[in-house]
Design a protein around this ligand. Structure first.
Ligand code: NAP
Length: 267
């Protein structure tokens, strides 16, 4: 299962590589000459991706685990395998749609454990090695949800606000060290996300044609390689992210509630 990466290719670790944006980020990084460590829970999906990437010349290691339940085993496994990623992509994450009073507390705790805790712990554990080597790139997948509160997805929007704020602060602390931090902030994107979040009834995505995960991933890897701090794919998403800064927050929150409201069911 595990082979040591060829030393001449930089190593990238991607969490949430079994589907959606993470799968395409992995493909994009492999196409740009990286070896890969692929992480998610569904081992069979990771193995099929690994097979494809190996045929393209990458050395690939698969580590199947639940990052929400067990955020620290990953770095122990990396150390045991002698793997030192130069690129860390914190992409694994999920959302939950519904009124906060109705959503399940255990699901929301899992969301916080994955979107916030695992991302922070993994970054904190891999950062010292990157600093010691004087080079590293970190890509944290946030969302356009990071820029304003999100009624009907309150905990998810708040988790992504954390990811954006954390990434921007870290990027500034690390300026001049050779380690960059990029927050990728996609808008709604076609992936497994909507099903996992039970968002089919949200006006935000219902009957909408969404950008592909591949186009978002390509944009994200470009931004990562350029060392950009905040990267928002799509001009409309950029405009929205900027415009909320000049609009009263209560108005923005009402607008998001309207745009995300449950449709097609009795609210
Ligand atoms: N799609 C959108 O509209 C959108 C918009 C903005 C931001 N984002 C963000 O983009 C990132 C990727 O989401 P996506 O759209 O590509 O959705 P996705 O297709 O559902 O992918 C989510 C990935 O996270 C992994 N994952 C979920 N729970 C995990 C856990 N407990 N431990 C380890 N891995 C776990 C999943 O793999 P397993 O199920 O195999 O574990 C999967 O590989 C997320 O952070 C999401 O918040 C998505």
């Amino acid at each position: 299962m595990n082979a040591k990466p060829a030393s001449h290719r930089p190593l990238a670790l991607v969490t949430g590589a079994s589907s959606g944006i993470g799968l395409h980020l992995s493909e994009e990084l492999a196409a740009q000459g990286h070896d890969l460590v692929l992480v998610a829970r569904r081992e069979s999906a990771l193995q099929s991706l690994a097979e494809r990437l190996r045929r393209q010349g990458a050395t690939v290691t698969v580590i199947a685990l639940d990052l929400a339940a067990d955020p620290d085993t990953l770095t122990a496994r990396l150390a045991a395998l002698g793997l030192h990623p130069e690129v860390l992509v914190n992409n694994a994450g999920f959302g939950l749609f519904g009124k906060h009073a109705d959503t399940d507390l255990a699901d929301e705790q899992q969301l916080i454990d994955l979107n916030i805790t695992a991302l922070t712990r993994l970054t904190k554990q891999l950062l010292p090695g990157m600093l010691a080597r004087g080079r590293g790139r970190i890509l944290n997948v946030a969302s356009t949800a990071a820029f304003q509160p999100g009624p009907y997805m309150a905990v998810y929007y708040a988790s992504k606000a954390y990811v954006l704020s954390y990434s921007e602060a870290l990027a500034e602390e690390l300026r001049g060290t050779g380690v960059s931090v990029t927050a990728l902030c996609p808008g709604p994107t076609a992936s497994g996300f909507q099903d996992r979040a039970a968002m089919q009834q949200s006006a935000l995505v219902r009957n909408k044609r969404l950008p592909s995960a591949q186009s978002v991933a390509r944009y994200g890897v470009q931004a990562l390689m350029r060392g950009r701090t905040v990267a928002i794919p799509g001009w409309l998403n950029c405009l929205m992210a900027q415009s909320v800064r000049f609009t009263p927050r209560r108005v923005v929150t009402r607008l998001v509630a309207f745009l995300s409201r449950p449709v097609g069911v009795a609210a």
